[in-house]
Structure formats: C-alpha cells, structure tokens
Design a protein around this ligand. Structure first.
Ligand SMILES: [Cu+2]
Length: 134
C-alpha cells in the first residue's frame, strides 16, 4: 500500500525547504529511551529550518513531521505492514550513531507534531511539537 504525502498533511504545515536558504538550524538528539531532546521547538512562520537530528542510540529512529492523529495512523499502518513505504518529503530516518538532516519551511502558523514511526516508538512516547508563531 502506498501512502501519499498528502495523507500526512504537508500542505498545512509547510513544504521542503531550500538548503541554501536556511534561517536557523535546530539540533535534536534522539535516543533509545524514545525521546527527542528538545521535544518542543518554536519557529516563526515562513522560516526555513534545518533539523539536525543526532541518533545517539543503538536503534534506527525517524523524525516525521505532521499532525499527531495522522502520524498515529501512519505508525499503525507501518506496524501492521512493515514494508509500507512512507511517501512524504517531511521525514528522515536516522541510523544509529548518524546525524540526519531535514530542511523544512513552515508556511503556516499553528502547532504541529513530529514522531518516530519505527514500530513501537510512537506508542512508547517518541513524539514532539513544533509551534509555528505567526
Ligand atoms: Cu524511534
């Protein structure tokens, strides 16, 4: 089954950013205790953010932007069918010991979410918030 990017609502929370026009870099550490640190970030509408995500654990982790309800559905789908491809530009997968980069432009104000969709991780609490200020 193919899940289209629109299923994660990326039109509401922004679009892929231009790596040459990054306004701000935000470092986030992930670990096998199913936490992002920090797990809440604040940005301004229109800003292009480079998320630099360091996986200090021994498991693979992900950072997928979206709305929590949709991320939860996607996580459930991936748990049931582990081969399910995730078709959204708003996602990175980070191998243990690696740093992943996700450049994203937040075009609308609001509160959005991010989560790890590796099976069992979101239900284990692996999620965070992006607050986009007007
Ligand atoms: Cu994870």
């Amino acid at each position: 089954m193919v899940v289209q990017a629109g299923g994660l609502g990326e039109v509401r929370f922004g679009k892929p950013g231009d790596p040459a026009k990054v306004d701000r870099t935000i470092e986030i550490a992930v670990s096998d205790d199913m936490r992002y640190s920090p797990d809440e970030v604040r940005v301004k509408r229109g800003q292009t953010i480079r998320f630099q995500v360091l996986n200090g654990g021994e498991l693979r982790h992900m950072m997928v932007l979206g709305k929590l309800s949709e991320l939860g559905k996607q996580a459930e789908l991936m748990r049931k069918s582990p081969g399910t491809a995730l078709h959204t530009p708003a996602a990175i997968s980070i191998e243990p010991g690696q740093t992943g980069q996700l450049v994203w432009q937040f075009t609308n104000a609001g509160t959005f979410d991010f989560a790890c969709l590796v099976p069992g991780h979101l239900v284990g609490g692996m999620k965070g918030k992006v607050i986009v200020l007007p």
